[in-house]
Write a protein that binds this ligand. Structure first.
Ligand code: SF4
Length: 897
C-alpha cells in the first residue's frame, strides 16, 4: 500500500467522532504511520484508541470494489444508468415523493451538498434525511428555538477555561475521548475546576467527576428546570442580561417553578437531596460554566425540551458568548455538522435555510437555477423507512450508512428494504446488514481515499484529504451522485469535476444575499462566503477554520454571541417554557427494565471499520448487557452467562455483565453489534420507533424490556485462522484477533456427533487431536497443519470454559512446541508462558486487566502513572486511564510488595 505522496506528512481528519481530530500520515520502511496532527486545534496531536488504529483499517479486505447489479458485477456505466433510470421512472410514475435518499454523517460536506441539491432542487422532493437524525437533530431544533439558528455558541477552549463543566447524558470519556482528555488535562492543571456528571449510569467519565448525579432515566428537564427555579430563589440570575438580550424569561420561569424546589426535584430525579443541592450551589456560584450535552439528552421523546431546559439556565445567567461559558451540544459523527450546513436533514433546505420561509425557497431556487425546488419538508428517518415499508416510497438510495442495524425497530426496517422496489446502496464495505438488501451496490471511496471537508462540534471546517488511491473501482460519493444526476437530465447543474468546485459553490450559497452583520438585515448564521473564491491550491491547503467565515470575520469565529445578539428577528435569544415529561413509553410488569443503548470505547457505529482491528476488538469481544447486581439476582442472571432481552419490537442475545454502574431497573447494551459480527444481537431491533415530536430523533435511551437467562443446550468457543460459518448456533459472536478469529458460540440442539460437526466447520485437511468427556458432555478438538495450529474448539454444556488468552497466543507461532501441544486441549500453558492476561484494557499496548491487577499487587503500584511506567498501559492515547484507575481502586491495599 503506497501513499499518494510520501515525501511529506499528509494531513487529514479522523473519520470517527465529532471531535474532528487532525491526523498526520507518513510512510517509512515499516509501512504507513499515522499520528495525531500536533497543529490541529481540535486535538493538538492527541488521538484516542480508535483514531490511533486508523492505519490498521486501510487494507482492502472486505471492501466493495466493483458495481454490482442484482449481485452481478457490472460496469459503472451500466450501474449508473440503472440507478438514474430506476429513479426517473418512479418519479415519472408516482411523483418525486415516491423516492428518497438516506445519507450519513460519515460522508463529506461536498458529497452531502450534491445529494441535497439533486433531491431538493432537481428531483423536487425533500425526502433526503441522514443518520445524523439519530444523533443530533434534537440539538439542531433546540438551537433554532433558542438562538434563531442552528449555531453552537462555544469552542473547545471554553471547556478548558471553565471552572465548572457539567456533562449531561454523555459518556464523554468513550464517545468524545480527545475532548475528555483535554478536559482531564485542564482539571489536572487546575484542580479547583469542578466536573459534574449527570447520567443514570456510572461511566468512565465519572473518573474525573467531583459529583455524579445518577438521575432516573429521562428526568433531565426536571433537574434543569429545578436549577432555574433555584437560581432565581438564590438571586443568581443575570437579570440585566436577560432584560437586554433574552425573551421568554417569565413563561420559562413559571414552567420551571412548577417543578418545585430541591426536595421535589430530588424525588423526581431519584437522587439524594444533598446531591441536587450541591449541584445547584456549584452552578449558582460558578460564573464560568460549560454544560456539555449529547445523546442522553438528544435521543429522547422530549429531547428538544430537555436541551432547551439546559440552554435556558445559560441564557438566564448570561453564561454564553464568553470564555469558559455556554451550552455545548457535542455531535456523535465526524460530519454531522457539515450535513446540517448543507441541509442534509429532511426539514432543512440548504445553507441553514428553511422551508418555513418562502423567500428562502425562492433564494435557493434562484441560486441553483432549480427546475423542481421542493417546497415542504420531507420525511424524517423513522417516518421515511415506515413510508418505504408501506410502499409510499418505492425507491431509496442509501449512502454510507447501515439503517438495517442502526434505526429503531430494525427488523421492520430490514423487511421494508427487502420489499422495496428499488434499493441502491453506496458503501465502501461489501457485506453489511443493509448491502444485503440492495438491488444495486455502488462502491464508494473510503476514508483515506476521499477528498473534501468535514465540520466538527465546534463549527470547525477541516480538510479530509486523499492519502491513497481508491480501492478497486471505488469512486467518491460526490462523483457517483453527480453522474446519476447527469443521467437523469441535469448535466449542466452537476458538471462537477472536483470537490473544490463543489465547496466553492456551497460557500457561495452560504453567502448569497446574506448580509454578514445580521443586525443590518442578514439573517443566516452559517456563512462561509469568504471561502467562495478559494483557488484549487488554496482549497487543498485550507487550514481548519470555524464558521462564520465572511467579510466581517475573514479568519473565522471562535465563539458566537459575544455581543448578546442572536439570529432572531429582534436579535434576542429565546427562553422556552419547558413542561418536563417522562419518556413516552414506560415500564410495566411485562417489560420491567429500561434499556439504554450507547457506544463503547473501541468500536465505531456498526463496526465496519473498527471491527477489522484486532486490538480494538480485544476490549469487548461480544455484545453484552450490563445489569445491576440486585436486578441480576431478581431475574436469575449470572455474570458471564447469556441472556435474552425482549421488547415489544424484537429480541436479542447478549453476554451478561453484572455491574453496579447501572441504576436498579436499568440495563445498558452497546449499539454496535450486527449480523456481520454476531447472530441475534442487533439492539435496535428492540428499540421502539418513538421520536421527539419536534426533531424526529428516536428515543434510543429508553425502551422497556425484559431480560431472562438464556440457557442453550451447549456453549463454547472456537479460535481459528479463518472466519468460520458454524452451523446450528443460536448465538455466535465473531471478533478478529491477531492471526485468528474468535467465535463465542451457543446452540439449542446438540449435533449428532461433535467430531463431524467440528471437522465439517473447519473444513481443513489437517491433523486433528481431540478430547472427549462424555459423562460431562465436554468435547475439545484442535486442528494442526505441519505443526502449526489452525483451529481449536472447546464445547461444553455450560459456560464453564477455559480462558482464551494463551490459546490465542499460539496462533502467532509457526510450530507448536511439545509442551504447548501437551497443554493444548487442557488449555494449560507451559510454565513461564503467557497465561491469562484478562480482558484487554490498554488497546495501544495490549495490556490486560489481570496483568494490571497483578502488577498492582506484586509491585505495589499506587497510581495511574506508576502503572504506565511499569506496563506502558495508558501512556499513549490515554483512553484506558479511567479503567486503570478503577482497577487501582479495586485492588487498593492488596499490594504485597
Ligand atoms: Fe477520532 Fe478519537 Fe479524535 Fe474522535 S476523539 S475524532 S474518534 S481520534
Amino acid at each position: 500500500m503506497q501513499l499518494l505522496d510520501s515525501s511529506q506528512p499528509l494531513r487529514s481528519t479522523c473519520p470517527y467522532c465529532g471531535v474532528g481530530c487532525g491526523v498526520a500520515v507518513n510512510q517509512d520502511a515499516a509501512g504507513i504511520q499515522l499520528v495525531g496532527d500536533p497543529w490541529h486545534p481540535a486535538n493538538f496531536g492527541r488521538l484516542c484508541s480508535k483514531g490511533s488504529a486508523l492505519a490498521e483499517t486501510l487494507e482492502h479486505d472486505g471492501r466493495l470494489l466493483h458495481p454490482l447489479v442484482d449481485g452481478q458485477r457490472t460496469s459503472w456505466d451500466e450501474a449508473l444508468e440503472r440507478v438514474a433510470d430506476g429513479f426517473s421512472q418512479i418519479v415519472a410514475a408516482y411523483g418525486p415523493d415516491a423516492v428518497a435518499f438516506y445519507v450519513s454523517g460519515q460522508i463529506l460536506t461536498e458529497d452531502y451538498y450534491v445529494a441535497n441539491k439533486l433531491m431538493k432542487g432537481f428531483i423536487g422532493s425533500a425526502n433526503i434525511d441522514t443518520n445524523s437524525r439519530l444523533c443530533m437533530s434534537t440539538a439542531v431544533a433546540a438551537h433554532k428555538r433558542a438562538f434563531g439558528a442552528d449555531a453552537v455558541p462555544v469552542c473547545y477552549e471554553d471547556i478548558e477555561q471553565a471552572d465548572l463543566v457539567v456533562i449531561v447524558g454523555s459518556n464523554y470519556a468513550w464517545a468524545h475521548p480527545v475532548l475528555y482528555q483535554r478536559l482531564a488535562a485542564a482539571k489536572k492543571s487546575r484542580p479547583d475546576m469542578q466536573v459534574v456528571v449527570v447520567d443514570p449510569r456510572r461511566t468512565a467519565t465519572c473518573d474525573i467527576a467531583d459529583l455524579h448525579l445518577a438521575i432516573a432515566p429521562g428526568a433531565d428537564a426536571y433537574l434543569f428546570n429545578g436549577l432555574l427555579h433555584h437560581l432565581r430563589r438564590e438571586d443568581a440570575l443575570a437579570l440585566s442580561y436577560v432584560e437586554q438580550h433574552v425573551e421568554g424569561f417569565a413563561t420559562a420561569f413559571e414552567a420551571a417553578r412548577a417543578v418545585g424546589s430541591i426536595p421535589k426535584v430530588a424525588q423526581v430525579c431519584g437522587v439524594p437531596e444533598s446531591q441536587v443541592g450541591e449541584f445547584f450551589r456549584m452552578f449558582a456560584r460558578t460564573e464560568r460554566t460549560v454544560t456539555i450535552f449529547s445523546q442522553g439528552i438528544n435521543q429522547s421523546s422530549s429531547g428538544v425540551d430537555k436541551a432547551n431546559a439546559i440552554i435556558n439556565v445559560h441564557l438566564a445567567t448570561g453564561r454564553i458568548g464568553k470564555p469558559g461559558m455556554g451550552p455545548f451540544s457535542v455531535t456523535g459523527q465526524p460530519n454531522a455538522m457539515g450535513g446540517r450546513e448543507v441541509g442534509g436533514l429532511a426539514n432543512q433546505l440548504a445553507a441553514h435555510m428553511d422551508f418555513s420561509d418562502a423567500e428562502n425557497i425562492e433564494l435557493v431556487k434562484r441560486f441553483w437555477n432549480a427546475p423542481n425546488i421542493a417546497r415542504q419538508p420531507g420525511l424524517k428517518a423513522v417516518d421515511m423507512f415506515q413510508a418505504i415499508g408501506s410502499g409510499r416510497i418505492k425507491a431509496v438510495w442509501i449512502i454510507g450508512t447501515n439503517p438495517a442495524v442502526s434505526l429503531p425497530d430494525a427488523d421492520k426496517v430490514r423487511a421494508a428494504l427487502m420489499a422495496c422496489e428499488l434499493v441502491v446502496v453506496s458503501d465502501c464495505v461489501r457485506h453489511t446488514d443493509t448491502t444485503a438488501c440492495a438491488d444495486i451496490l455502488l462502491p464508494a471511496a473510503g476514508w483515506g481515499e476521499k477528498d473534501g471537508t468535514v465540520t466538527n462540534s465546534e463549527r470547525r471546517i477541516s480538510r479530509q484529504r486523499a492519502l491513497l488511491p481508491a480501492a478497486g473501482e471505488a469512486r467518491p460519493d460526490w462523483w457517483i451522485i453527480s453522474q446519476v444526476a447527469q443521467r437523469m437530465g441535469y448535466a449542466e447543474a452537476f458538471d462537477y469535476t472536483k470537490p473544490a468546485q463543489i465547496f466553492r459553490e456551497h460557500a457561495r450559497l452560504s453567502g448569497f444575499e446574506n448580509v454578514p452583520d445580521f443586525r443590518s438585515g442578514g439573517q443566516r448564521a452559517f456563512d462561509i462566503g469568504a471561502l467562495a473564491a478559494l483557488s484549487d491550491a488554496e482549497y487543498e491547503a485550507l487550514q481548519p477554520v470555524q464558521w462564520p467565515v465572511n467579510s466581517a470575520s475573514p479568519q473565522g469565529t471562535q465563539r458566537l454571541f459575544a455581543d448578546g445578539q442572536f439570529y432572531t428577528p429582534n436579535g434576542k435569544a429565546r427562553m422556552i417554557a419547558v413542561a418536563p415529561r417522562l419518556p413516552a413509553v414506560v415500564t410495566d410488569s411485562d417489560f420491567p427494565l429500561v434499556l439504554n443503548t450507547g457506544r463503547i470505547r473501541d468500536q465505531w457505529h456498526t463496526m465496519t471499520r473498527t471491527g477489522k482491528v484486532p486490538r480494538l476488538s480485544a476490549h469487548s469481544y461480544e455484545p453484552y448487557v450490563q445489569v445491576q447486581a440486585e436486578d441480576a439476582q431478581r431475574y436469575r442472571l449470572q455474570d458471564g452467562g447469556l441472556a435474552r432481552l425482549t421488547s415489544r419490537h424484537g429480541s436479542m442475545l447478549a453476554r451478561v455483565q453484572v455491574s453496579d454502574d447501572q441504576r436498579p431497573g436499568s440495563v445498558f447494551v452497546p449499539m454496535h453489534w450486527n449480523d456481520a459480527f454476531a447472530k441475534a444481537a442487533r439492539v435496535d431491533a428492540l428499540v421502539a420507533p418513538i421520536t421527539d415530536p419536534i426533531s424526529g430523533q428516536p428515543e434510543s435511551k429508553h425502551t422497556p424490556v425484559r431480560v431472562a437467562p438464556y440457557r442453550p443446550a451447549w456453549q463454547g468457543f472456537v479460535l481459528s485462522r479463518k472466519r468460520l460459518e458454524l452451523p446450528d448456533t443460536s448465538y455466535c459472536a465473531c471478533s478478529r484477533g491477531t492471526g485468528y478469529w474468535r467465535h463465542e458460540i451457543a446452540g439449542e440442539m446438540l449435533p449428532g456427533e461433535w467430531r463431524d460437526w467440528v471437522q465439517g466447520a473447519e473444513n481443513d485437511a489437517g491433523e486433528w487431536i481431540e478430547y472427549r468427556d462424555a459423562a460431562m458432555g465436554r468435547y475439545r478438538a484442535a486442528c494442526l497443519q505441519d505443526g502449526r495450529l489452525e483451529a481449536v474448539f472447546f464445547l461444553a454444556p455450560d459456560q464453564r470454559l477455559p480462558e482464551r488468552e494463551w490459546l490465542s497466543s499460539l496462533f502467532g507461532q509457526a510450530i507448536l512446541q511439545p509442551a504447548e501441544l501437551a497443554g493444548l486441549l487442557s488449555a494449560r500453558p507451559p510454565l513461564g508462558a503467557v497465561s491469562d492476561t484478562g480482558r484487554i484494557v490498554c488497546a495501544c499496548f495490549s495490556v490486560g486487566a489481570k496483568t494490571i491487577a497483578n502488577a498492582i499487587q506484586t509491585q505495589g503500584l499506587g497510581s495511574v502513572e506508576a502503572v504506565g511506567a511499569c506496563l506502558k498501559a495508558g501512556t499513549n492515547c490515554g483512553s484506558c486511564v479511567p479503567e486503570i484507575r478503577r482497577i487501582l481502586e479495586k485492588h487498593a491495599g492488596e499490594q504485597c510488595a
